[in-house]
Design a protein around this ligand. Structure first.
Ligand code: SF4
Length: 353
């Protein structure tokens, strides 16, 4: 799914700009100052644990939520506070696929009606026959036969339902697709086929994709860029190659150390960094670096001072201990806090990957 220089395509048109996005639900600071850009044909994985705010970012972009502050620009237009009527013109530019297809498909509508819904909402004056042809084409694109259009969502398997969700999302030819944990509600046996389908469609059609997931192993073959969130904030961003080969932020290192790998021998040899399940509340995030209560290499400065998200090489990192060349502590060889206290952490030098 790499839409970068390796396949020769031009990816320098900005499709999405998220600027200092804030989303508070009363006292809960779900998203607190997130900024990033997505270019035409680019796939960005937004990763982090449950409660990191990544799905809230996705919902703000499609305006299912109105942000507390900040801006979301689609194709250069700020859609953050557009009225419903003016928003409709931009809705076709962005679609979303949700985690649970059973919950996102109307159980009383036939699949054909579900898939045709975006055409109806956009008021495209298609004849019944043309609409049916578009539905058949849309279903074929996701590997479903035309007869599926005459069935109800509950008559399909979970994997087929998610294919229907994807067909519906692509009906408006969006320039941006938000895929919010698109496989995590599915059986493990069908997760790979749905991920492969998304990868093939992205490559063939060329839409930009924000792939929201907690599963780092799923993004390794899909994303051009990776952005990591912790407690409502971005802590690291960079190319997939760089982040996988040489993650700078201690939280990214911990997430990667826990991601399963396909090789059973390598998997058995892994020593995941244990962060514990005690994730601080977004109602009262820790002072300084929000990760300092779980970080295996935290120092006093981490509790006192908020680390700025600063440019490091071609990416960005928010950590006091990471140098400007990207080198810093390697928590994968340091003793995690919740085991025996160990020696000073080994420093990791920057990889050229
Ligand atoms: Fe850990 Fe401190 Fe870096 Fe935060 S700033 S990630 S607590 S070392």
């Amino acid at each position: 799914m790499n839409a970068g220089a390796s396949d020769g395509r031009v990816v320098n048109d900005v499709v999405l700009e998220v600027e200092d996005l804030v989303m508070h639900f009363g006292p809960v600071r779900a998203v607190d100052g997130v900024s990033f850009r997505l270019r035409r044909g680019q796939v960005m994985a937004l990763v982090g644990e449950s409660g990191s705010g990544k799905s809230t970012v996705g919902r703000c972009i499609v305006r299912l939520l109105e942000p507390t502050a900040g801006a979301v620009l689609l194709g250069g237009t700020d859609v953050t506070h557009l009225s419903r009527a003016r928003l409709r013109g931009h809705r076709r530019d962005v679609s979303i696929v949700f985690q649970d297809p059973a919950g996102s498909l109307n159980p009383r509508m036939l699949v054909g009606e579900v898939v045709a819904e975006p055409l109806r909402l956009q008021g495209r004056g298609l004849s019944r026959r043309d609409r049916q042809a578009r539905v058949t084409e849309g279903l074929a694109r996701v590997g479903l036969r035309a007869e599926v259009a005459r069935r109800y969502p509950h008559e399909l398997s979970g994997g087929q339902r998610q294919r229907v969700s994807i067909a519906r999302a692509l009906m408006s030819d969006p320039t941006l697709l938000i895929a919010d944990e698109p496989t995590s509600a599915l059986d493990v046996s069908v997760q790979a086929s749905v991920l492969n389908l998304l990868a093939d469609l992205q490559r063939d059609i060329g839409f930009a994709c924000l792939f929201i997931t907690h599963d780092l192993s799923a993004v390794e073959y899909l994303a051009d860029e990776i952005a990591v969130m912790y407690l409502g904030q971005l802590v690291e961003q960079g190319t997939r190659e760089r982040v996988f080969a040489s993650p700078s932020h201690p939280y990214t290192q911990a997430l990667l150390s826990a991601a399963p790998v396909p090789d059973p021998v390598q998997q058995r040899a892994r020593r995941p960094v244990l962060l514990g399940d005690d994730i601080p509340s977004a109602m009262d995030p820790p002072s300084g670096c929000r990760f300092h209560t779980r970080c295996p290499v935290a120092v006093q400065r981490c509790a006192d001072e908020v680390p700025a998200l600063r440019r490091v090489g071609a990416g960005t990192v928010a950590c006091h201990l990471v140098d400007d060349d990207g080198s810093g502590p390697d928590v994968r060889v340091a003793h995690p806090r919740d085991t025996v206290p160990g020696p000073s952490p080994t420093r990791r030098s920057r990889s050229t990957a």
